[in-house]
Write a protein that binds this ligand. Structure first.
Ligand code: NI
Length: 191
């Protein structure tokens, strides 16, 4: 396993549209090693998610995991999940304001509208079908990662640029109100 370099905003790879992965390709040792590297790189960077395109491989694979993390103490845990060829379908019209950051956008956060309820269809790393509904902050994380596979970063979805903030100023000026809002969301929708 190896820790890979994470592409930073401005690098054209982040604007590519990732290609689907075939079942045959997914089963190869080299693709399985790549997924190990994706996970190891996400852990090393203390991220809640990482898309393959962020480590310069434009394939439709992303990893998501929320453990006890001092960066996101308000996020309920998400077990390690690898999504291959994910397709997200919003369920209903409800959206929430999520304060997002990204390992490819250093030291910046901003408010992005995300669907509260989603259906997810994907494969796991072994090609087993994932077919589930997700909600709340977890749904926000899924949308952020799948956006990467479509060549988008969260900055594209920040509709009010005055919400942009460094991590230090987020902690000082925005975190308390955001945590109060999302704590209520988590209590209502369960994640
Ligand atoms: Ni990101």
């Amino acid at each position: 396993m190896a820790i890979r370099k994470i592409a930073q905003v401005g690098h054209p790879v982040l604007r590519q549209v990732a290609r689907p992965v075939t079942r045959e390709e997914l089963a190869t040792p080299s693709m399985q090693r790549f997924i190990d590297d994706l996970i190891e790189t996400m852990h090393d960077a203390d991220g809640a998610g990482l898309a393959a395109i962020q480590i310069y491989e434009p394939v439709q694979i992303c990893a998501i995991e929320v453990r006890d993390n001092p960066r996101y103490p308000y996020k309920p845990p998400i077990p390690l999940t690898v999504l291959v060829n994910p397709v997200l379908t919003p369920l209903g019209d409800e959206q929430f304001d999520n304060y997002e950051g990204c390992l490819s956008v250093p030291n910046l956060r901003g408010v992005v509208k995300r669907h509260v309820h989603l259906h997810v269809h994907a494969w796991d790393r072994h090609g087993n079908v994932i077919d589930e509904d997700v909600a709340g902050l977890k749904a926000g994380t899924y949308q952020h990662e799948v956006d990467h596979l479509l060549g988008k970063v969260f900055l594209d979805r920040v509709t009010d640029p005055t919400t942009l903030t460094t991590w230090t100023e987020f902690e000082r000026h925005h975190k308390a109100a955001f945590v109060a809002r999302v704590t209520a969301l988590v209590a209502r929708v369960g994640s």
